[in-house]
Design a protein around this ligand. Sequence first.
Ligand SMILES: [Zn+2]
Length: 94
Amino acid sequence: MRSGKGAGDATTATPRLTRSVTGVFCFRDMCFLCGEMVAGYSDVQKVLSGGEFDKKFKDVILERGWDEWALDVQERMDSVSDLFAADAEYHKNC
Ligand SMILES: [Zn+2]
């Protein structure tokens, strides 16, 4: 529900706090691909753009035919609006 009219035009960064209840997964600390911590790894890549990256990834998941790994990753992606907004990171080798 939106409140009133004309009041809020300074919405630069509306934090979309959808419920992040998917276990204890933390996008900022963990590789969203394998679920392991990113701390201590030198080859860590941040997700640098929104929608497109997500789309590309959903294709990968489809191609894999929804195996266990794909379902895990999909679940993580579904728990946020997009990976970029979630500050997602991953190991380059993953
Ligand atoms: Zn990883």
